[in-house]
Ligand binder design. Sequence first.
Ligand code: A3P
Length: 318
Amino acid sequence: QKEEELRAHQEYKEEISSLPLQRGLQHLPLRLYKGFWFPEAILTGVLALHHHLHPTPSDIFLATFPKSGTTWLKALAFAIGTRNPDALLSRHPQDCSPYIEGFFSGPQLPDLDVLPSPRQFGTHIPYSVLPKSVRDSPCRIIYLCREPKDTLVSTYHFVEGMHRPEAAPQPMPLPEAVELFCKGLSMYGPVWEHQLEYWQESQSRPDKVLFLKYEDMKADPEANVRRMAEFMGRPFSAEEEMNGMVGEIVRLCSFEKLSRLEVNKVGVRGKAFDWAIKSSSFFRNGKVGDWREHLTEEMAEKLDAITRARLYQSGLTY
Ligand code: A3P
């Protein structure tokens, strides 16, 4: 079986090597697959998932475009699912649910049976590229959407903050990054199509996809935690409401709390594309509208114009 897995991995790599290749933000290699620019190193995982992921009806997928608040969503879903938010005091939210395409990207397939049930997975895969098994199964998806300008600024800082190898080029100037982002040349880009696909699915199949917005979550986290809990089939009981469980989950999962915990401040969390990612890099400032501190008016207008055009008549607004 091991040999078969190795052979399949090699075949995925060959298939990937024939896909269009471009350098995205901070020069990261991206491959165009089914209309989206995937980090090259992750695509083996996406292809493996198409063959090997067998979701159960109770599985929950936490889907996001990168830098839209995945870490927050993972912390909240974990706390809601376990009703044990205190476990987050010693566990990085990224460790609460595996990044499923990363998990499958190596030459050996992981054993998902070791995960506690109901299983939770994080993913950045666009809806149309999710394995058919996920789209067709009764498992549920929670999508967290973030306003593109803030997503871009967050992406820029995240990639810039990675520990780059010696030979890596110098950080890219912001204007260049904006141009690339507008062309969809960032991890899992373009952001607009990514969000639209999940939006449309949430409209036609609200039992399948719960569509949340980062900005709404910031404005009213308790209401959104209740929505998540109901969607996950774990609504809060009258007793839990009385005991302040919702407020406790919101407090423990807040940016202020999580970003100050030792487990989220120190160390390096594995590698991506040979670049090491610091534990702390998932927490920058967690603000709505931070783009104002970074983008020029011209850059913001360019992004807004694309947003208006792409989301026209979709019903999705920020
Ligand atoms: P900023 O860079 O704008 O601060 P992801 O988790 O998808 O990688 O997204 C990271 C973004 O979410 C970062 O945004 C980060 O600061 C923010 N974030 C992390 N934890 C958060 C939390 N608990 N509440 C709100 N935002 C959070």
